[in-house]
Ligand binder design. Structure first.
Ligand code: F6P
Length: 362
């Protein structure tokens, strides 16, 4: 077992419900092993600007119930520069921080791997509502965000039903359609539109007309924010609002548009997020003590595991069709085959759910 005197913990990128539970679990797990813990405020910028606070068992009391992140968050561009990294390393040395746990999404992990390459043992924990870390079946915050979506959309359905209207609801998720797809199924949406699968607008228009004729009054269409369309002048604009207008124009069903945006990023975390955050936070400390670094804690088939961060980031780019030249050069043929299989597995799972959404939306 590796000996650490002090570890730091930070949250970075878009906040997610459950991040506080991660910080609490890291703090208490480390304290239980006689390791001091400090919080790095405001993500990586806290490392650059020396915003370091001691964390005790008491300073993380009650945070498990709170949304947001009490360590605050940031998307820090300076950290990507050599000067930024040098300041961060100097802060870690000055405050005698031996290792770091970071909680966030893919941008956060790019920072984590940079720290690890500079010799700082670093472990990542997946905290993002988007569920877009391809290596992991689950990211902390996803369940709470989806529960918030269904709460809001259920309310929209009430009023849609009263007025015989359709409501197109745009939900976050960046270029991952998981929130839209799963909440679409759970709220009984008449159609779901996600970036990963082509959308047949005409088919949906016909479906809505038919549903209205059969007596269906309230209807919801769920669209992921990651779907864009050309505005006719070469500019990509979000599709949700455009679709709402098309349905309104072509079906005879009055149609409204709602963008849920950041509403779904706040709120008290669900049981799923509190529990997963606690398990992942504790696992991150265990990995550091085993002498591991440059890993991200993931969930696969209901079990916690860990995976090399560079592998996870490259896999993400492969899945999203964003591989850059030379990305795969550092991986063995076996690793590349593993990545391809993981991408296929994810696509297959998504397709099964998408087909189900279609089947039950009449
Ligand atoms: O990654 C989380 C997320 O909420 C995405 O769903 C969304 O696209 C993005 O962050 C919004 O970022 P910001 O809070 O910087 O506007």
């Amino acid at each position: 077992m590796v000996k650490f005197r002090k570890i730091g913990v930070l949250t970075s990128g878009g906040d997610a419900p459950g991040m506080n539970a991660v910080v609490r679990a890291v703090t208490r797990s480390a304290l239980a092993k006689n390791i001091e813990v400090v919080g790095i405020m405001g993500g990586y910028s806290g490392l650059i600007n020396e915003k370091i606070v001691p964390l005790t068992a008491r300073s993380v009391s009650n945070v498990i119930t709170q949304g947001g992140t009490f360590l605050y968050s940031d998307r820090c561009l300076e950290f990507k520069t050599e000067e930024g990294m040098a300041k961060a390393i100097a802060t870690l040395k000055k405050y005698e921080i031996d290792a770091v746990v970071v909680c966030g999404g893919d941008g956060t992990f790019r920072g984590a791997t940079d720290l690890a390459l500079h010799g700082i043992p670093t472990i990542g924990v997946t905290g993002t509502i988007d569920n877009d870390i391809t290596a992991s079946d689950y990211t902390i915050g996803f369940d709470t965000a989806m529960n918030t979506v269904i709460d809001v959309v259920d309310r929209l359905r009430d009023t849609c039903e009263s007025h015989a209207r359709c409501n197109v609801v745009e939900v976050m998720g960046r270029d991952c359609g998981d929130i839209a797809l799963m909440t679409g199924i759970a709220t009984g949406a008449v159609a779901v539109c996600i970036p990963e699968i082509p959308f047949d607008e005409e088919l949906v228009i016909e479906k809505i007309k038919k549903a209205a004729l059969s007596g269906k009054r309230g209807m919801v269409v769920t669209v992921s924010e990651g779907v864009f369309v050309d505005d006719g002048n070469g500019k990509q604009i979000p599709y949700g609002e455009v679709l709402a207008k098309a349905i309104d124009d072509k079906t005879g069903v009055e149609t409204k548009f709602a963008r849920l945006a950041h509403i779904v990023r706040g709120g008290s975390p669900t049981l799923r997020d509190r529990l997963t955050a606690t398990r992942m936070g504790a696992k991150a400390v265990d990995l550091l003590l085993e002498g591991k670094s440059n890993l991200v804690v993931i969930e696969k088939e209901d079990k916690l595991d860990s995976i090399d961060i560079v592998f996870a980031l490259t896999l993400d780019r492969m899945y999203k069709g964003k591989l850059k030249d030379g990305d795969l050069d550092k991986f063995s043929a076996e690793d590349v085959a593993k990545m391809e299989a993981l991408c296929q597995e994810r696509r297959d799972k998504l397709k099964v759910l998408y087909d189900l959404a279609y089947q039950v939306s009449q």
